[in-house]
Design a protein around this ligand. Structure first.
Ligand code: FES
Ligand SMILES: [Fe+2]
Length: 348
């Protein structure tokens, strides 16, 4: 499809997930921009991220690395030579019990905003047989939840920390960032990709606005009325006419909101490039209410989360089945958000 000079959009902020998704003392591996890191939250609440490759004999620190106490501080012991080599979040390393004066292990800088973990990543290069990392210069700011359009009445901003977090899913997808961005902005795919889940007949896009890397629009889905649709279990969850607001912060974040009984439901979709050919997509859903006893009884949360599971799996299956190179010769009437997003990415 489109070739860009910067296929991984270096300089964009990437969200690695919710701060809460990193459990205390449980190191986790993440891959960002072709490099692996180990991330762990320590017992005082700091989130640490360093190069995942042990500089002694190349062990994968996230696979089996364990947290130990070193003079009252959490540090990460190498799974290979454990008490011999231990890592701190600032990149310093304790070797045989002596802490290095300087950082030895490259550190991935993290920023926590609204309970989400952001980073611009590091750029790695090889010089004289040695890999060196340098911080990537930011091109775009970290998204600001104060600027979300078309929220339900009574809301002027989203405060994730005040909402009830009800769903989280993170998946690896074999596609590139541009293909995922197309999918997120695609107005037409509800009637195709999600035909058995959204049951849409027609789609309408209103109030589309663009402010450089930020796009916002309202999407109305009209439910099919055939008898098969009425029998479909998903039908109960869907109104005949159903409006969702989209706010995207290219290339990494989309906020999908809707009102439910006057209350806010928000879906946060984040993507980041693991490599040129694979991305990680995360969906987290929040709701501004606690479930009532009868909603718990009929399992509203379970049913609506099964609905989210279906949507995300349908998207993944379509994203993994796209050709990367093709000539776009036709367009559909609700392609505009995708088209604007692609134009923006092209000159990133
Ligand atoms: S490989 Fe990590 S300490 Fe030896
Ligand atoms: Fe979708």
């Amino acid at each position: 499809m489109m070739k860009t000079a910067n296929p991984m959009y270096e300089g964009a902020p990437w969200c690695l997930g919710r701060y809460e998704s990193f459990e205390v003392d449980k190191p986790r591996q993440i891959t960002l921009l072709n490099h692996d890191y180990v991330v762990w939250r320590d017992k005082v609440g700091n989130l640490n991220a360093i190069d995942n490759i042990c500089p002694h004999a190349g062990a994968n620190l996230a696979q089996g690395g364990y947290i130990v106490d070193f003079q009252g501080k959490d540090c990460l012991a190498c799974p290979y030579h454990g008490n011999k080599v231990q890592f701190f979040g600032d990149g310093k390393v304790a070797i045989d019990g002596n802490i290095s004066n300087q950082a030895i292990q490259p550190v991935l800088p993290l920023e926590i905003v609204d309970g989400l973990v952001w980073t611009y990543g590091l750029s790695w290069s090889e010089k004289d047989g040695k890999l060196t990392a340098k911080a990537i210069e930011p091109k775009l700011p970290i998204p600001d939840f104060n600027h979300i359009h078309y929220l339900p009445k009574n809301y002027d901003r989203i405060q994730l920390e005040k909402l009830n977090h009800i769903y989280s899913r993170s998946e690896l997808v074999k596609c590139n960032i541009a293909q995922a961005v197309w999918n997120i902005h695609d107005g037409e795919h509800f009637a195709g990709t999600h035909r058995d889940t959204m049951l849409s007949q027609e789609i309408k896009i209103d109030n589309l606005i663009q402010d450089e890397h930020k796009l916002a629009w309202e999407l109305t889905l009209y439910k099919r009325t055939d008898s098969a649709t009425k029998k479909n279990k998903m039908s109960l969850l869907l109104e005949p006419e159903f409006i969702q607001a989209f706010n995207t912060f290219l290339p990494s974040l989309a906020v999908v909101t809707l009102g439910f009984q006057g209350k806010l439901i928000a879906g946060i979709v984040t993507i980041y490039p693991e490599t040129e050919k694979s991305i990680r997509i995360c969906l987290d859903s929040y709701i501004d209410l606690e479930f009532s006893w009868w909603q718990k009884l009929i399992g509203v949360k379970r049913i609506s989360n099964a609905f989210r599971d279906r949507l995300i799996m349908e998207d993944i299956s379509i994203m993994e089945n796209l050709y990367t190179t093709f000539n776009q010769k036709i367009s559909l009437k609700n392609d505009t958000p995708s088209q604007l997003a692609m134009n923006y990415l092209q000159q990133f």
